[in-house]
Design a protein around this ligand. Structure first.
Ligand code: DSN
Length: 414
């Protein structure tokens, strides 16, 4: 960072302060993680200088020999990780990957059946505030009162609306997904299938959750959540969709791929192929399960009946507070979570009824069940005393001393 601190002290100082924040706090936003120093190095590399529109071996620019090697490695490793027939590693992130996936298989005006946002879906799965919702007609299924995906409702809606695509994969849903059942429903109405595995990609790669890749037409993901790579996206698909997917990404929606990010993706995929990544994924789940148990003991109202993955969605109004108040109190206590809607939430999106929390980043730091017990206690104390500033500051001190036992980025100067 010496060049940066000399040339641009303002940015340098902000980055240093952010490093301190990441080191001293408990990162519990389930979609966040800490990449390795090797991933950071690739991300900050000279590959950012290169234009390489097209795909390896078929570029619109000269000088792509090394870039082709990098992108080919990223593709080969991603195929191996997920058992995919084809992978496009160029999507800039999850939302562009989803847009490209829809446009690869559908025509404007076609119908997509996806999960309601408040039941755990994602904005890009058809929320009316997105531009995509003007291009395609989205129908939404929900979860049952027990908190499981309502496959019967999915089947009934599929029958009624004859969608061209059925979509699963969620950003706030904490249970396993029955891909074979979804495939069956899709086949009964001649629909394509797509899974957005952004949140759980690392767990799937490690064999810790069901893998949709062999059942489904398209699978999209980000690379920066449980997969622990750089911020980015990718699309995995059957060979028969290769051409359509590649064309949809470029020239359909994107220009030059970010090859430094693709290099960092390749490094992260290599990391995920190591035997140790399996232990990491297992521990993410074990930590989430321990948090579930400890929070349940303290009368937290957990949505969807608990967790099978890395996250928990909690109706925090049952504790006499709101999502925004809880997020703020926990922030002051050094615990970062995000406010989140609960199913059919009567409250507004900027101050919903829930909070969402997860264990991938804590697990990367090496924290285990014992730390989860302690963290559940801090969460409870912070929520119960959310307007007691002294209490929140004292929790923050305790949090800081725990984080010192789990050093982060020792390779980087402070
Ligand atoms: N924003 C991501 C998340 O937090 O889940 C999803 O895109």
């Amino acid at each position: 960072m010496s060049y940066l601190s000399t040339f641009d002290p303002e940015i340098s100082e902000a980055l240093k302060a952010e490093l301190t924040r990441q080191r001293e706090g408990l990162e519990m936003i389930p979609s966040e993680n800490f990449v390795s120093a090797a991933v950071l190095e690739a991300l900050g590399s000279i590959a950012t200088n290169k234009y390489a529109e097209g795909v390896p071996g078929k570029r619109y620019y000269g000088g792509c020999q090394e870039i082709d090697k990098i992108e080919d490695l990223a593709i080969a490793r991603a195929k191996q990780l997920f058992g995919a027939e084809h992978v496009n590693v160029q999507p800039l992130s999850g939302a562009p990957a989803n847009l490209a996936a829809y446009s690869a298989l559908l025509s404007p005006g076609d119908t997509i059946l996806g999960m309601d946002l408040s039941h755990g879906g994602h904005l890009t799965h058809g929320h009316p505030v997105t531009f995509m919702s003007h291009i395609w007609q989205f129908i939404r299924y929900k979860t049952t009162p027990d908190g499981l995906i309502d496959y019967d409702q999915m089947a009934a809606l599929a029958n009624e609306h004859k969608p061209k695509l059925i979509l699963v994969g969620y950003s706030a849903y904490s249970r396993e997904i029955d891909y074979a059942r979804v495939k069956e429903i899709a086949q009964s109405v001649g629909a394509y299938t797509m899974a957005d595995i952004a949140h759980i990609a690392g767990l799937i790669a490690a064999g810790e959750m069901n893998n949709p890749v062999s059942h489904f037409d398209l699978v999209t993901t980000t690379t920066h959540k449980t997969l622990r790579g750089p911020r980015g996206g990718m699309i995995l698909c059957k060979k028969e969709h290769k051409k359509a997917v590649d064309k949809a990404v470029f020239p359909g929606l994107q220009g030059g791929p970010h090859e430094n990010v693709i290099a960092a993706k390749a490094v992260a995929f290599m990391e995920a192929l190591q035997p140790d990544f399996k232990n990491y994924a297992r521990q993410i789940k074990a930590n989430a399960k321990m948090l579930e148990e400890e929070l349940r003991k303290r009368d937290f109202r957990l949505m969807f009946g608990g967790t099978d993955n890395h996250l928990l969605l909690i109706d925090i109004t049952a504790k006499g507070t709101t999502g925004a108040q809880a997020e703020k109190a926990l922030d002051l206590a050094g615990i970062t979570v995000n406010k989140n809607a609960i199913p059919d939430d009567p409250r507004p999106p900027l101050d919903p009824s829930g909070i969402r929390l997860g264990t991938p980043a804590l697990t990367t730091r090496g924290m285990k069940e014992e730390e989860m017990r302690q963290i559940a206690d801090w969460i409870d104390r912070a929520i119960t005393h959310n307007s007691d500033e002294k209490m929140l500051v004292s929790i923050k001190e305790e949090v800081r001393s725990l984080t010192q036992q789990f050093p982060l980025y020792t390779e980087l100067s402070s």
